[in-house]
Design a protein around this ligand. Sequence first.
Ligand code: GLC
Length: 541
Amino acid sequence: MTWWQNSVVYQVYPRSFADSNGDGVGDIGGIRAHLDHIASLGADVIWLSPVYPSPQDDNGYDISDYQDIDPVFGTLAEFDLLLAEVHERGMKLVMDLVVNHTSDEHPWFVESRSSKDSPKREWYLWRPEPTNWQSVFSGSAWELDEATGEYYLHLFSRKQPDLNWENPALRQEIYRMMRWWLDRGVDGFRMDVINLISKGELVDGPPIPGTPYGDGSASFVNGPRVHEYLQEMHSEVFAGRPALLTVGEMPGVPLEEARLFTDPARREVDMVFQFEHVCLDQGPGGKFDTHPLRLTDLKKSLGRWQTGLADVGWNSLYWNNHDQPRVVSRFGDDSPEFRRDSATCLATLLHLHRGTPYVYQGEELGMANSPFASVSDFRDIESLNYYSFALGSGASPETVLKGLCAAGRDNARTPMQWSSEPHAGFSSVPPWIGVNPDYLEWNASAQYGDTWSVFSHYQRLIRLRRELPVVSLGDFTMLLPEDERVYAFERSLGDARLVVMCNVSGEAVGVSSAGALVLGNMPDPEDGVLRAWEARVHWAV
Ligand code: GLC
């Protein structure tokens, strides 16, 4: 077994975690002040979203210097202190690696755009004519640069030009930078959109209805050389080091490809973030066109990944991250009656699967989507761009706002709710994005020590994984695949057999009896019945 196979990862989004210097933006000092929160939850690893120097066009996913810390977050010296304090608590720290693109203010791009003969011209993707591709953040994926009259590719914002991985000198420079962080003591990398780094032919894609653009994904999702690049990265950066954690974020990765990416024999990455289960509530209009989840769709999807990565590879398990709306609002029920119950039910469902669970800051408190009232409440470039493009193509502001409220990334980015103090104890001044007004009731202080709080339940789930090898390593068998309310499965390892039953609905249901109770999300369980949003783990009889 590798150490991360019974580990739980906690994601910190620094801007929104805790502000220590009173500028309304979270920072490294704030993380250091709250490390005991993460340690007491029981997490083994912290994944830190980007803290590098950045113009913050995409909140740090637009990096202008890979080997320093943005002053808004602190200094390298403070980072070293953070790393030491994480290690002192027996935890590990994984950095975000954003190397599909840089900021347009990175010196490489400044040099690249300066002339067609620049030695760094080839480090980015320049063309005399654009393709029809749409950017992930709306509009064209190409930007005309006046200086040389050519277009550069940016799959995300125009301030995030894509790097050209075909260039061997660029690749070596990236590997060198990664070794520099590992030498500093970090324990691995979460690799941003890493399955987009290899571009195939830059040709027009099929038209996207309702837009003047085309879908170029066939040219860059899991492109022709991506496995080769990851193998090269492995041998240049990771080989010969103690076991690190590498997780590739891979939008659009099919299961068959994920098996290749995570097969240990191939030496690419340890696990991937796949997106199938977080797309199940999307309609034909894309991510902002949401509909309620069908439980049988979720079972089909998660069940297929459990089986598909059983004999080879490994799953990462997540509901939330800084790009996803809050799960209690999305797949649970955040009304006062069921908020705690549905948050703990969904947590149980996920954490009893086989794989490495990821907890996103605030998820362990049952933090919910924010009641954004107008577009001026949003900060995220994806949401703001989408709003203006959708309105420009004739959509009504009400419809667009409804989509943003349901699926916008800012739902994940409202400040961490530490206490009922002003600004939720996040900052001494009004934060960069509004605090969810529910913080008076929903905050960390109110939950510590309360046996039935969401926080305490996450503690128990994390402890259970550490204590029972069947939770981390056991085989997975889906039960009741056609049931629209009960999500049930069995885990087995040798003689140990667990039955997990989750009522993913607001009404009680009858279930068959099982053996001794291992863990439940409510007091006083009754044999044969699961109350609304009740989740239980039993030994099998
Ligand atoms: C990833 C990040 C997201 C970012 C995008 C571009 O999907 O998770 O936050 O906007 O890549 O870097």
